[in-house]
Design a protein. Structure first.
Length: 250
């Protein structure tokens, strides 16, 4: 059986249209496509760490800074965006999944995960209560038991530069974005830095700006600018009973 060139072109166009129609097909009546949140919630209830490693391979991130817990992250293999999934494990039961989170679009249906009843609510991330208590224990607190320590805030870190010279500051803060001299002789220098921010079990980076004020070459104040959220990420700890460092007026 022979096909003319026109017939072959027509068949190719028809095939393309059929594939496009299949890609855009709606779920069955009364159903919706599952989201990654549905998938992760199912994994939490039915799988373990061994299954995750066999299915996803080695994790791309391993976080052990939370006492008693480990957070492992993988790139989401079935998502079109570059995003990650995270699972929490208690060190006392390292094979048991105790929580999940993701920075993927958790409310968007994805054919790759199959269908579920349209009435089924999209699950929210799961943070173990014990894990949440661990996180809360290392947050800045106004008062705490003697001897307890908390993770230092960005303001705590900036306050350690008060009294230092411009030369000492330059070693750590080379990303100068602007410098302004006030009428009283004070010099305001603004810097930028990349900051790690954590939400639930997810981490992401953003660029923020902060300022130091100098008088006669000595740091006399600071403004943490929009670097005020989260904590200083290099595992700096200070006494928990010490009030959070105040911002000096620039």
């Amino acid at each position: 059986m022979r096909f003319t060139l026109q017939a072959l072109v027509a068949l190719a166009v028809l095939s393309t249209l059929m594939l496009a129609g299949a890609a855009m097909a709606a779920p069955a009546n009364g159903m919706r496509y599952k989201t990654i949140a549905d998938e992760l919630d199912t994994i939490l209830r039915t799988k373990d760490l061994a299954w995750l490693k066999k299915t996803f391979g080695a994790p791309v991130d391993t976080v052990t800074t939370y006492p008693g817990y480990t957070v492992l992250r993988w790139k989401a293999p079935k998502e079109t965006t570059d995003c990650k999934v995270a699972f929490a494990f208690a060190n006392s039961a390292p094979n048991v999944i105790e929580g999940w989170s993701t920075n993927c679009p958790a409310g968007v249906g994805n054919k790759a995960y199959g269908e579920v009843a349209a009435s089924a609510p999209v699950p929210n991330h799961v943070i173990p209560a014990a894990f949440a208590r661990v996180v809360n224990q290392i947050k800045p607190q106004g008062k705490a038991a003697s001897g307890m320590r908390r993770k230092a805030s960005f303001a705590d870190w900036l306050s350690t530069y008060v009294g230092k010279t411009e030369e000492q500051v330059y070693v750590d803060m080379k990303k100068l974005t602007s410098s302004e001299t006030l009428h009283n002789g004070k010099v305001i220098k603004t810097y930028s830095r990349t900051v790690l921010r954590s939400e639930a079990l997810d981490d992401y980076y953003y660029t923020c700006h902060y300022s130091l004020s100098f008088l006669k070459g000595i740091v006399v104040g600071y403004d943490q600018g929009n670097c005020s959220t989260g904590y200083f990420e290099n595992d700096v700890f200070v006494p928990a009973e010490t009030p959070v460092a105040p911002e000096s007026a620039l």
